[in-house]
Design a protein around this ligand. Structure first.
Ligand code: MF3
Ligand code: CO
Length: 264
């Protein structure tokens, strides 16, 4: 069966396990964020996240993920025009003004959490600063639609509307996804859509919602390393992602630290 047709409903016990996966993942991402500074390499950022995963005795589902060749790292670290799937490298050094997207996954007790953020290195251009705010805002707008009884199109539309009304573009080529025992399950959740269309959200679904936003146009290209996806026009890009559970009490973000606010 194609991955995007396999939709699983989690029990409350399974949601507890995914919450723990999400907590660990949030700690790994916090360590990655702390490693972002001028002169650091994208490999340093990856190593900071990996140290946390190792401390908990868990691993990232990204490692060896099938593609053009097995994905070689635990995180994706994508700089500026690189939208997603940037491979951490000892030769890519960060400098003031860069924006850095870090995407990490955690497998804990058989369940996956998947989350990403974009952060700046030092002072940013006005456009870069706005891009970060709009992309994070789009994630919140999407999450707020993740109520049982709503449809995927309601979530997708909220993301698209938030981004396009602020003058930026959403990817047409990469989507959010269900997540559970596998990193990629159904349903697919595009970053654009039509309200009232698509699968109905049910309590117990868990979805990795991930707006990927580009300043210039929605088009992308894959770089010669065959993994890194960049904007076709070289314009700046950003990516925020949370793993979110649909519950009777509304959306619950699983990939936060204890006490951290998702801000929905
Ligand atoms: N968050 C990304 C996704 O949902 C991470 C996958 S990167 C890979 O697709 F390396 F694992 F492919
Ligand atoms: Co994802």
């Amino acid at each position: 069966m194609a991955w995007d047709r396999q939709v699983t409903i989690k029990t409350s016990h399974e949601l507890e396990i995914m919450r723990q996966a999400g907590r660990i993942n949030a700690e790994a991402l916090a360590a990655a964020r702390a490693a972002i500074r001028p002169g650091a390499t994208t490999a340093d950022v990856n190593a900071a996240a990996e140290d946390v995963l190792r401390k908990y005795g868990v691993y990232s589902p990204f490692k060896n993920y099938p593609g053009p060749y097995p994905y070689p790292a635990s995180t994706c670290v994508s700089v500026n025009e690189e939208l997603v799937h940037g491979i951490p490298s000892k030769s890519r050094r960060l400098k003031v003004g860069d924006i850095v997207s870090v995407d990490c996954g955690t497998v804990y007790d058989g369940f996956v959490a998947d989350s990403a953020f974009t952060a700046g290195v030092g002072e940013l251009s006005e456009t870069a600063q706005k891009l970060l705010e709009v992309t994070e805002g789009a994630l919140k707008a999407g999450i707020s639609q993740m109520k049982a009884g709503n449809r995927i199109g309601d979530v997708s539309f909220a993301i698209q509307q938030f981004v396009e009304s602020r003058g930026f573009h959403v990817t047409r080529e990469y989507t959010g996804h269900g997540v559970g025992r596998r990193m990629h399950e159904g349903p697919q959740v595009p970053n654009y859509g039509t309200p009232g269309r698509g699968m109905i959200l049910r309590s117990g679904m868990t979805i990795a919602l991930e707006p990927m936003v580009l300043v210039g146009t929605w088009q992308t290209r894959v770089l010669p390393d065959e993994w890194t996806v960049a904007s076709a026009d070289g314009s700046l890009t950003a990516h925020f992602e949370h793993t979110v559970a649909v519950t009777e009490n509304g959306p619950v973000i699983l990939t936060l630290l204890d006490g951290e606010q998702g801000g929905t």
